[in-house]
Design a protein around this ligand. Structure first.
Ligand code: PLP
Length: 383
């Protein structure tokens, strides 16, 4: 099929697979062992850490490897609450459009008594900095706002938020999972204190990611144990980390050439769809957006119907809505942007990647013509 779901995950790069196989076949010893095979594994780990730090824009010692961005996000929030206890900082401030894993954690913490404030977004999906300025205070343990939203691709005003956080002595966590490899944003230029990333969004393996912790920031261990300078225990996922580094290095090498090409394809898709479907609404228009992401709705045509119709035509995409017992749950991101539940249930996401071709876009447009335009006509006739 034509794969337009790169924000969900990406195909592992051959470089990543090769690096993983080498780590598995040759340097499989425990990197903590003192013998020569252990030291060889340790050296490979160090090389991967250095390579990733270059791509992310941090120091190697600031990188803590995790099992993925979900764990990194948890470590940021739970670490902030643990650190904040002694400082009288007990409240969480995060955007209303964070990843479901993070919002779910905040919800559970709230139910257990942690004060949580959600920052609203405007109609384009951009976090409201004025609201952040009103809500931040000396009792805040963490400000957490993603770099770019997974459903709309909308990029958040990190500079303004980091200035605000710094002025109030609040650690600033950025979930950069969707930004790494899809734009030129780097940790060192962002003003963030903490930074979550995940390998599988940029052609690396699943189940490995990192939390960048700014040098000098006192942070509790994520998981007990000696590894990762006592910050995240457990024998390192050396093959995963090697794959992550190889994938990131490959992405960084061609990013400048890939991004304009991907954006060109994304914009052509949007423009042609708009010509054909007057009821088309593109999410996040007018806001800075990732070049690969096209969040939209075909009028109020239900996302589930659209996705099934497209898949029958060989096109795979996704929606922010979650299928739940008794029907589709509307996307929380789109609701936060002011969509009605009916509109939010119609949200579709096309996310392109470096392997997306002109032909893929042409096939997608043809599929919409064959499968979606008739559905829209049906809907209009029924109304
Ligand atoms: N944060 C964002 C913004 C995401 O898009 C994702 C992807 O699913 C995650 C976090 C979770 O990443 P992982 O699958 O590595 O846990």
């Amino acid at each position: 099929p034509v794969y337009l779901d790169h924000n969900a995950t990406t195909a592992p790069a051959p470089e990543a697979v090769e690096a993983m196989l080498q780590a598995l076949r040759q340097d499989w010893a425990n990197p903590s062992s003192m013998h020569a095979p252990g030291q060889a594994a340790r050296q490979r780990l160090g090389a991967a850490r250095a390579a990733l730090a270059r791509v992310i824009g941090c120091q190697p010692a600031e990188l803590v490897f995790t099992s993925g961005a979900t764990e990194s996000n948890h470590a940021a929030v739970l670490g902030a609450l643990s650190r904040g206890r002694a400082l009288g900082r007990t409240r969480l401030l995060l955007s209303a459009v964070e990843h479901p894993g993070l919002l779910g954690l905040a919800e559970r913490l709230r139910a257990q008594g942690t004060p949580v404030d959600l920052l609203p977004v405007d109609a384009r999906g951009v976090v409201d900095v004025d609201a952040a300025a009103r809500l931040i205070g000396p009792d805040v343990a963490l400000l957490s706002v993603m770099a770019a939203n997974n459903e709309t691709g909308v990029c958040m005003p990190l500079q303004a938020l980091s200035v605000l956080a710094r002025a109030h002595g609040v650690p600033f966590h950025v979930d950069a999972t969707q930004a790494l490899g899809k734009c030129t944003l780097r940790f060192d230029a962002s003003g963030a204190d903490l930074w979550s990333v995940s390998a599988h969004k940029l052609h690396g393996p699943k189940g490995v990611g990192a939390l960048v912790i700014r040098k000098g920031l006192d942070w509790p261990p994520l998981i007990g144990g000696r590894q990762e300078r006592h910050r995240r225990g457990g024998t390192e996922n050396a093959p995963g980390i090697a794959g992550f580094a190889a994938a990131a290095t490959r992405v960084a090498a061609t990013l400048e050439a890939d991004l304009p090409r991907i954006q060109g394809l994304r914009d052509r898709l949007a423009q042609r769809l708009r010509q054909r479907v007057p009821a088309l609404v593109v999410f996040g228009e007018g806001a800075p957006r990732l070049p690969n992401t096209l969040g939209l709705r075909f009028g109020t045509l239900d996302a589930e119907r659209v996705l099934h119709a497209l898949e029958r035509e060989g096109i795979v995409a996704s929606s922010g809505a979650a299928c739940a017992a008794g029907g589709t749950e509307p996307s929380a991101v789109l609701l936060a942007m002011g969509c009605t539940p009916h509109e939010a249930r119609a949200g579709i996401r096309f996310s392109l990647g470096r392997d997306t071709t002109d032909t893929d876009i042409a096939r997608t447009l043809a599929a919409v013509e064959r499968a979606i335009v008739p559905l829209l006509a049906e809907l209009a006739a029924a109304a």
